[in-house]
Design a protein around this ligand. Sequence first.
Ligand code: LIP
Length: 258
Amino acid sequence: MMDALLKIARKAGEFFETSRMTDVTHKEGHGNYVTNIDCQVQAYLEEQLPRLLPGSRFIGEEKENQALTDAPTWIVDPLDGTMNMIHDYRMSAVSIALCENRKPVAGVIWQPFSREMFCAEAGKGAWLNGEAIHVSERAFPEALAAVGTAPYYEELEPATLKMAGAFLRACSDFRRSGSAALDLAYLACGRHEIYCELRIKPWDYAAGSLLVQEAGGLICMPLNGGPMDYSLSTAVLAATPKCMPEALKIVSAVLPQA
Ligand code: LIP
């Protein structure tokens, strides 16, 4: 099935470059938009993915969704990094996760602009363009931290900026890409060591979380504690094993304000 899934992800990504952006609609929250391209990609995936696994359910960013159940379920962000797409920033991806028993068992993140295909299967590893990937071994002071700014939630701004400043001082620097899926994929292949966003949706992190875990990284929901719950819109922290203890201290210090 993975080969068929990769083919569908690539086809979906073609809309990023072949479709003209004819409609940009503001959604709820600061900086939250949906374009006709998001919708075209989602319509394609909502038609193709259930065919791949008859009886599977579909949860997507641009629709009203039923609750996640134990049934096989696709959790999809058709265009992660919509603001980047609006600005032709060329840092956006198709993110597809297949969940069974409420946990991801397969994940694909396709970045059409860099032609990078990240994928993972539970218990089998993670790959970038067919090559096995693994998180980096850098020590915390040499780490790069990807910080998601959760721009839709203005109440999180103080805690987010405090967290970014703490990573800036304690690590080498922080980065803000505008795509949670790519932040997690880049962590999985060793381009940075930490990712945190104080509120993020399941379709933004579901595929990337499997990539990180299959590449030897760690991921948690620091606000909620306990195992990952893929039905939640909440804070997500991912890091290499070497960097997680210090990263968790920094995030925990800002959470009460979040
Ligand atoms: C985006 C995330 C990003 C987050 C944005 C937005 P979208 O996803 O990938 O990290 O900060 O608020 O949620 O909306 O472009 O699919």
